[in-house]
Design a protein around this ligand. Structure first.
Ligand SMILES: [Zn+2]
Length: 136
């Protein structure tokens, strides 16, 4: 595993972060209600690999399901990261939107593997159908 430090932000720049991750590990897409509607493609890291460089006051926290916080920028609405603590999935984590990384090499992003999960049915270790995967 070769981690690299990336910077990321929302669209307007009010939310900024730094994250250490290995793009070769790829990111996850899922068909649960929020991932599907936001076309989420994200990589999960341990909290100490994520540094928020802006004030949390720039975001509104969206915590509808009581499991994962999905703060979004109050100004532009972009949702650069989420965080939570799911013991069955390894404990505390931060999930970073790969599309919000600013200094990432396009080729490296194109080669990053995509892992699909059937979150809608709480069946996290299996992929949704090919038709569903096509629009995640
Ligand atoms: Zn913004």
């Amino acid at each position: 595993m070769t981690t690299q430090t990336y910077t990321g932000s929302c669209h307007c720049g009010d939310v900024k972060f730094e994250v250490d991750l290995d793009l070769a590990e790829g990111g996850g897409k899922c068909n649960c209600s929020i991932c599907r509607k936001t076309r989420n493609w994200s990589a999960s890291v341990k909290p100490d690999a994520f540094r928020l460089l802006s004030d949390t006051a720039a975001t509104t926290d969206y915590f509808r399901n009581g499991v994962v916080h999905w703060p979004f920028c109050k100004t532009c609405g972009v949702r650069p990261y989420g965080y939570g603590d799911i013991p069955e999935a390894g404990g505390p984590f931060v999930s970073v939107q790969l599309a919000c990384l600013d200094d990432v090499d396009s080729q490296a992003l194109a080669e990053a593997p995509v892992r699909y999960a059937n979150g809608r049915d709480n069946d996290w270790w299996h992929e949704p159908s090919d038709a569903e995967k096509a629009f995640l």
